[in-house]
Write a protein that binds this ligand. Structure first.
Ligand code: FE
Ligand code: FE
Ligand code: ZN
Length: 295
């Protein structure tokens, strides 16, 4: 029997390997990181000793799964040429880092059309992904997958409905390099109701039809501050929001989902107090473990 793959987003402040040290303290076997400062476009290359240190720490730890979350600046659907080109370069760089670090998944938000319209935005994203996936980084590291994360749907966000993600994957030249991360807060805000057994079954059937369940590789487990269909992206602690504990119990035990990695992105303290952050993570991890029937 396989243990549940469960963890949370962890900071790399002080070095990439600090995330692994923190994971060990939390006794988790899965985690998500930013591979660099997520608030700047600046690209700096990893040094061989940084890579080596990270890989050694990882190897010696209980961590089985890691994914990289890309910078929030990336917008593959941007109608602005400069942002569009920078986004392509940034995503290529994340694939390179991923490959160097031995991390299998780069998770990125689909993008925003910023008024250019849904169809134009989606076409733009397909163009961007074609360029990224034909690049030398993707070629050098053929095992790295790009995960598209579903969006809550505020503003002009794309990738809100499963059909939008399906349309992107169907139209790229290398669909074998694209998979999906489902964020529960975003899905609920987008109007998918998986709070009952029937609701979850219906949503998964729709996912399977529009995207294909085999493409689902990661679940971001977050409760939501706002109600179903609010299109607002505000995460809440598990069981403390509008989604509620029952939905997470259904998800973490569902036969088609239970072997996927579950990564928490629940709120951290506003001042990024390390001790407070890990106390909050411990509570949410504990809730998820309690909801899991076989540990
Ligand atoms: Fe995200
Ligand atoms: Fe997320
Ligand atoms: Zn979110």
């Amino acid at each position: 029997m396989r243990l549940v793959l469960l963890g949370c987003h962890l900071s790399i402040a002080g070095g990439l390997e600090k995330s692994i040290e923190q994971a060990e303290k939390l006794e988790i076997n899965a985690l998500q990181i930013f591979s660099r400062n997520a608030r700047t476009w600046k690209i700096t290359h990893l040094k061989p000793e940084q890579i080596e240190l990270f890989r050694q720490k990882w190897e010696a730890s209980r961590v089985e799964y890691i994914n990289i979350h890309t910078s929030y600046l990336i917008n593959l659907g941007s109608p602005k040429e400069e942002v569009f080109q920078k986004s392509i370069e940034a995503l290529k760089d994340e694939i390179l880092r991923s490959g160097q670090l031995g991390i299998p998944h780069v998770n990125t938000h689909v993008g925003e059309h910023l008024g250019s319209g849904v169809d134009t935005g989606l076409a733009r994203i397909v163009t961007a992904l074609n360029e990224v996936l034909a690049g030398p980084e993707a070629e050098q590291y053929p095992d790295v997958l790009v995960l598209l994360e579903n969006d809550a749907g505020s503003g002009s966000a794309l990738g809100v409905r499963f059909e939008e993600m399906g349309a992107i994957i169907d139209n790229v030249k290398h669909p074998e390099r694209l998979c999906v991360c489902f964020d529960t807060c975003h899905g609920h805000a987008a109007g998918y109701d998986f709070t009952s057994e029937d609701g979850l079954a219906a949503m998964l059937a729709e996912f399977d039809e529009k995207i294909g369940l085999k493409r689902l590789k990661l679940i971001h487990v977050n409760d939501s501050k706002n109600p179903l269909g609010s299109r607002k992206d505000r995460h809440e602690h598990i069981g403390k929001g509008q989604i509620g504990e029952k939905a997470f119990e259904l998800i973490v035990n569902h036969p088609k989902l239970k072997d996927l990695p579950f990564v928490l992105e629940t709120p951290k303290s506003a001042d990024e107090d390390e001790k407070l952050n890990s106390e909050m993570d411990i509570v949410n991890l504990g809730t998820m473990r309690r909801l899991r029937h076989e540990k």
